[in-house]
Design a protein around this ligand. Structure first.
Ligand SMILES: [Ca+2]
Length: 480
């Protein structure tokens, strides 16, 4: 062995030893984000009709959280919060918003993350991690500052744009920033189910990560609409179920099976004791609790959670959330303590010894001690906002067990006691005006204005929507 070979061996030794050690200095980190999953969809949260054996086992082998909160109640801002450590008062993306670069070869996308916004992937890349995002991105096309490849990910596979992800049988996906053509799906043919390709890419990528610790952000599109799948499996036999109910159940069970295969791969590669795997929904269900899907699968969990996607009530914000890391995260623990997506970046920083840049203050707190079996970090409040075309601007704030919701309608700020009323049925605002005043003050001080997201009353949004509809109808008539 010459001195250069020896030097190479010495340099590589600590890296190759990482996977073999029981308590690695730099564990692998996987965050699986399921799109529009309702907390009650999983067997481990009480679901009786949809089978989720792998996720139920993941919960039994790890910890299940009953009060984990998303960044907000729709996709792009919720993901932004997860990746940036910022809550909605400071996040650069606060709604789903289309964004089109003129003459872009990639087509439309969403409002991009700014160049100056730090992501957890950038932080971990600086720590020597291999990084990948598979599934759905939605935070900037490849020719914008928000490209996943500019936000710390070495590799991307799937849908960049949320709108593109509204097809499960698309005619193309993206591998990094290169189009992967799927001509077999042209003209509405349903030959290749995108999730199958995405899952294959995930498993292949993990298998190739033998030299360095890795961070995988697996942003699964399941079970987001449209209800569509290649195989109904056992649900094809369910008498009395509607096609939509069969399909939705099959999509949740596919999510379960695909996560199961990933966990099995970690075991096969002897990586499961050196890998933290977290899973959560990105926002509440897409379905109203009284709908064909919401009611049939009891997504409100017997009225325990009010509201769904696009709402500031618990059903829009509280997620199914699991963590598994054998030997580190306690097995079989169920925690009712609250935490939120903006805690993920500080958690990853502590786990890997990453130093946050000077001047950067995340809104979240590290969950490392909590994950290991301790208490959740103490904090003054949780804060959410959202600016969607259908809802106008809305705000939510949790203060201890109190929850304030401000819908910017003619109904003033609502107040609920989550310790007795997780279903937010009884508005106690009139009885506790001092608490309402405190919550309103915090809703103001927790946030900074962002010119991309001006406040809009729900009534303004409705008037604008009605005008746009009238104009569109007029154009249609004129064209006929
Ligand atoms: Ca979503």
């Amino acid at each position: 062995m010459n001195k250069y070979t020896l030097l190479t061996v010495l340099l590589l030794a600590p890296l190759s030893a990482l996977h073999a050690a029981d308590a690695p200095a730099k564990p692998n980190i996987i965050f699986i984000l399921a799109d529009d999953l309702a907390q009650g969809d999983l067997g481990c949260y009480g679901q009786k009709l949809i089978k989720t054996p792998n996720l139920d086992r993941m919960a039994a082998e790890g910890t299940r959280y009953t009060q984990a909160y998303s960044g907000t109640s729709v996709c792009a801002p919720s993901r932004t919060s997860l990746l940036t450590g910022l809550h909605m008062g400071h996040a650069p993306v606060r709604s789903n918003r289309g964004f089109q670069v003129e003459n872009s070869p990639f087509g439309g996308g969403e409002l991009p993350l700014p160049a100056t916004t730090l992501t957890v992937a950038q932080l971990l890349k600086q720590q020597g991690y291999a990084t990948a995002c598979m599934g759905k991105w939605g935070m900037g096309q490849f020719d914008t500052t928000g490209s996943p490849l500019k936000k710390g990910f070495d590799h991307f596979f799937g849908y960049n744009s949320q709108v593109h992800a509204h097809s499960y049988f698309p005619t193309n996906l993206f591998c990094d920033d290169q189009r992967v053509e799927l001509p077999e799906n042209a003209n509405g043919a349903k030959k290749t189910y995108a999730q199958n390709l995405i899952q294959k890419d995930v498993l292949g990528w993990v298998r190739r990560q033998q030299e360095r610790p890795f961070f995988l952000f697996y942003a699964v599109t399941l079970p987001h609409g449209p209800c569509d799948i290649d195989e109904l499996g056992e649900y094809a036999q369910r008498a009395g179920w509607t096609p939509r109910q069969q399909t939705y159940a099959a999509m949740v069970s596919r999510l379960d099976a695909d996560v199961g295969a990933l966990l099995a791969l970690l075991k096969e590669l002897k990586l499961d004791t050196s890998t933290l795997v977290m899973l959560a929904g990105d926002n509440g269900s897409s379905f109203n609790a009284q709908s064909e899907v919401g009611k049939f699968f009891d997504q409100s969990m017997g009225g325990k959670l009010r509201g769904f996607k696009r709402s500031m009530y618990e059903g829009g914000l509280r997620q199914a959330a699991l963590a598994r890391w054998p030997g580190v995260v306690p097995a079989g623990r169920v925690s009712d303590e609250p935490w939120a997506f903006w805690d993920f970046l500080p958690t990853a920083a502590e786990l890997t010894g990453a130093k946050l840049p000077a001047g950067f203050q995340p809104d979240g707190y590290s969950l490392v001690s909590f994950l290991k079996g301790g208490s959740a970090p103490k904090r003054d409040y949780f804060y959410w906002e959202l600016h969607e075309g259908t809802t106008g601007s809305i705000q939510g704030l949790r203060l201890g067990d109190w929850k304030a919701v401000k819908n910017f309608t003619d109904v003033p700020t609502e107040l609920y006691d989550l310790s007795k009323d997780s279903g937010e049925t009884t508005n106690l605002a009139a009885q506790y005006p001092e608490l309402v005043a405190k919550a309103e003050k915090l809703m103001s001080s927790a946030r900074m204005d962002n010119t991309n997201f001006p406040w809009r009353m729900r009534s303004e949004v409705k008037t604008a929507a009605a005008k746009a509809k009238k104009k569109a109808a007029g154009k249609k008539r004129a064209g006929e």
